[in-house]
Write a protein that binds this ligand. Sequence first.
Ligand SMILES: Nc1ncnc2c1ncn2[C@@H]1O[C@H](COP(=O)(O)OP(=O)(O)OP(=O)(O)O)[C@@H](O)[C@H]1O
Ligand SMILES: [Mg+2]
Length: 253
Amino acid sequence: MNKGLTLNNVSKRFGDYWALRDVRAFVPEAKITAFIGPNGAGKTTLLHVIGGTLKPDAGTVKLEGEVISGLPPHAIARLGIGRQFQDVRVFKGLTVLQNAMVAAFPISSQICLPTWAGGGSESAILRQAENEALRWLEYVGMADQRYALARELSFGQQKLVSLARLFAKQSRILLLDEPTAGLSHQMIEKVVSLIQRAVIEQGLTVALVEHNMSVVADLANWIHFLHEGHIAFSGAAAHVLGNKTVREIYMGL
Ligand SMILES: Nc1ncnc2c1ncn2[C@@H]1O[C@H](COP(=O)(O)OP(=O)(O)OP(=O)(O)O)[C@@H](O)[C@H]1O
Ligand SMILES: [Mg+2]
């Protein structure tokens, strides 16, 4: 059985436009698989299909041999597939700590709302969630800002909080949509190192969409180059990034 995600001939249509056409790819466990390609190539659509926010019009997504495409997003999330969105979605009106705590709540106890959300009194579950949340905020370097509202953070800091949320949720597979876009050089290095550590230390699996080719070269074990909804080329980083077609279509070289 394949340990990881398998995309079998996945196609997705918006009206008459096929944003994905027969995409076949494997995202192996404990590795980083990058999906690169020009704007509009279908990369975000592919992550939507894996995460369940879009259903494929044809083909299947399998997790360790079981079909998951067609399941609602919350069911896919419960299988350990966590998503970081291109536009970074954190709860802007909650503090950094609350953002991480919402993610850290054990799934079985999510009907027990914390006190600040109108729920019952302080409980062991609440303390456990707070400890877990703090652990991951420290991991990404955001513990000092735990009482700041998420809306007061920079874009880069919000990205760090969204990564902490994925770790706190105990996601096993991370779907990362342009995790370094819009970040300073220093912040890019930090995010790259966090993603590397997540794979090495936690054994997480990563499907990475990224336009920054030096980040891709640093991180990816395997690259799929998407062009007009189709995987035009796949291979190891040096092979794909050195490919003539990829360089012409994508990098304008
Ligand atoms: N909800 C939608 N309705 C209609 N068309 C859509 C929708 N979402 C995406 N598309 C179209 O599908 C194509 C692929 O979009 P997608 O967002 O997946 O591209 P992308 O590779 O992520 O691009 P970028 O690098 O700019 O983020 C584009 O032509 C886009 O306009
Ligand atoms: Mg996109």
